[in-house]
Design a protein around this ligand. Structure first.
Ligand code: UT7
Length: 328
């Protein structure tokens, strides 16, 4: 019997309606559209308003996905919810999502690898398909970054946005699906990009709130330096490992953290700009949401057999790349 790969058989996403433009940010912090655009490539980002959490965006994305694929939520075996902004510390957002969509036969868990989470999720979800353990695995990637952003900190509030995407993994014996992945981490990078309080080390207190420790903290330049080399290197590494030339690659799907990091990755891999998925100008950095949001927006252009290279870098530090043959 030919090898079983985990193929993406459906993709969908949800972005909130509210658009936070660079112009509006100019009225909130000392910044300007020219600085944001030239340093990051971002023009606007979406914000989830109201009493809603990441699982609410996921519910929209997954309900649409199930409809597209023409299956019922009861057929889902496993939900891997990749997020850094779960609805609450526990229970897992995977459990909350399963309940909201009616996936009564699924088990699931949250996976937190910051901006590399969706890649980690695809790689781990694939294992359950390849071993034959499961037939239908949902990998969800999304964040309500606005819930941990300090809108007084101009260094971070201009970057992040809210959004969520999801893919369905199913077995494929024709050679399509996840072919290979390279995943890495280096915990010494933790202090450069983190949320200092709210966990077991620094539980919420008046002091942590007064010190703004429940907001995302980032030393931008330090993260940039690591991201720009490591994301490019790991994308090039998976191409070399699989004997792929830049001509063999149909699409580069990079995490959308900064347009300059994306450009460095595509030029390191020799991939022409028209083959690079970029929507950072519309959504900013949605953390776990960036890669599925790209797949969703480019879905109609993708062809069966296309070679996709996915690459990400994020807090942890975590980074990685994944080689995927599009299945439909
Ligand atoms: O997705 C997870 C991984 N995260 C990343 O990959 C993010 C990596 N880092 C970055 O993308 C960039 O470092 C940032 C976009 C966060 C910052 O860009 P930068 O080019 O590294 O700027 P900087 O922090 O070196 O700041 C340069 C100057 C500073 O002014 P001085 O000290 O030179 O006078 C900042 O105070 O720009 C100033 N600045 C701003 N000016 C206008 C910082 N933020 C702003 C702003 N508007 N929003």
């Amino acid at each position: 019997m030919s090898k079983v790969h985990a193929a993406i058989t459906a993709v969908n996403a949800f972005v909130p309606e509210y658009i936070l433009t660079n112009k509006e940010l100019e009225g909130m912090v000392e910044t300007n559209d020219e600085w944001i655009t030239s340093r990051t490539g971002i023009k606007e980002r979406r914000i989830l308003k109201g009493d809603l959490g990441t699982s609410d965006m996921a519910t929209h994305a997954v309900n649409g996905l199930l409809e597209k694929r023409g299956i019922s939520a009861t057929e889902i075996d496993l939900i891997i919810f990749c997020t850094t902004t779960p609805d609450m510390v526990f229970p897992a957002s995977a459990n909350i999502l399963a309940h909201k969509i009616g996936a009564v036969n699924a088990w699931g868990y949250d996976l937190n690898a910051a901006c590399s989470g969706f890649l980690y999720g695809l790689a781990t979800g694939s294992q359950f398909i390849e071993t034959g353990k499961h037939q239908k695995v949902l990998v969800v990637g999304g964040d309500k970054m606005s819930s941990i952003i300090n809108y007084k900190d101009r260094k971070s509030c201009i970057i992040f946005g809210d959004g969520c995407g999801a893919v369905l993994l199913e077995p494929n014996t024709e050679g399509f699906g996840v072919i290979d992945s390279i995943l890495k981490s280096d915990g010494s990078g933790g202090p450069y990009l983190c949320q200092k309080a709210g966990g077991s080390l620094r539980p919420a207190s008046h002091e942590t709130v007064d010190n703004d420790e429940h907001f995302l903290f980032q030393e931008g330049q330090a993260v940039f330096k690591f991201a720009v080399t490591n994301m490019a290197d790991v994308a090039a590494e998976i191409m070399e490992k699989n004997d792929l030339s830049s001509d063999d690659v149909d699409w580069l799907v990079p995490h959308q953290a900064n347009k300059r990091i994306i450009d460095a990755t595509s030029s390191r891999c020799g991939i022409a700009p028209e083959k690079v998925m970029i929507n950072i100008e519309k959504y900013g950095n949605t953390t776990n949401g960036t890669i599925p949001l790209c797949l969703w927006e480019w879905e109609s252009k993708l062809k069966k057999g296309d070679n996709l290279i996915l690459a990400a870098f994020g807090g942890g530090f975590t980074w990685g790349s994944l080689y995927l043959k599009w299945a439909y």
